[in-house]
Design a protein around this ligand. Structure first.
Ligand SMILES: [Zn+2]
Length: 240
């Protein structure tokens, strides 16, 4: 209760603080998506971004020193997908750990990881992978978007490919549409408009579909219009 009260008091104060001008310069130089936002979308995006950046704990690993542009770019990915969702969607996440490049998974020396969301509140990212993700904005591959989709998924308490939906009556449609496209992808992993990695499990399916929704929305809408609509309803945005 105390934590909750403190957080909402602090968040109200952070929301009132102006968005720093030099962050806009960082975004204009590094994140193509930012310039495409109209005024109506820019406000919630900037609110999400600044609250996220100021609230989370940032940690460099593997010799990396976290810089302000890194924080702005990573927070922008979080804000981009959640700009129409409540600020509370990232409440469970408290810490972002950044490695310079693809890191080796502890205990599994041969497994190279680009990013990883843990449901206990830490997100581990490779800076190299984040930069590669935004360098090509329309290939449906973006580590930032992918990992933050996992964080949204975990808001419900489990990684099962279903985030918290606004209304109880949204779940049957979500389960039907997502389940059908997931089954299709498992059956024919290289034929649709989604990366085959999404066939791994429901959580990866949601993350891969989210990448496609934000990076290649036209293709997604064309090849899976009902999947596009379900995601548009959840995220509250229409990237087409
Ligand atoms: Zn994943």
């Amino acid at each position: 209760m105390i934590t909750w009260l403190y957080r909402s008091w602090r968040r109200r104060r952070l929301k009132r603080r102006p968005f720093p001008d030099h962050w806009r310069t960082i975004l204009e130089e590094r994140y193509e998506f930012y310039e495409k936002l109209d005024d109506e979308e820019r406000r919630p995006f900037e609110t999400h971004l600044k609250v996220f950046l100021w609230e989370k704990h940032w940690e460099g690993a593997g010799g990396l020193e976290v810089t302000e542009p890194m924080k702005v770019v990573i927070s922008a990915a979080a804000a981009r997908i959640a700009r129409k969702l409540p600020l509370s969607v990232y409440n469970r996440l408290t810490e972002i750990v950044i490695y310079p490049s693809h890191y080796l998974h502890p205990g599994e020396e041969r497994k190279v990881v680009m990013g990883q969301a843990h449901n206990f509140g830490t997100l581990v990212l490779s800076w190299d992978a984040v930069e590669k993700g935004i360098a090509i904005p329309d290939d449906a591959r973006d580590t930032g978007i992918h990992e933050f989709a996992h964080v949204l998924d975990a808001e419900s308490g489990t990684f099962d490919g279903t985030p918290l939906l606004e209304r109880g009556r949204d779940y049957p449609r979500w389960a039907e549409v997502m389940g059908r496209h997931f089954a299709n992808l498992r059956e024919a992993p290289f034929q649709g408009c989604l990366r085959s990695y999404g066939a791994k499990n429901e959580a990866e399916f949601f993350a891969v579909a989210t990448e496609a929704f934000f990076e290649t929305p036209e293709q997604l809408k064309q090849c899976a219009p009902d999947l596009y609509d379900v995601l548009a309803d959840y995220f509250g945005v229409h990237p087409v």
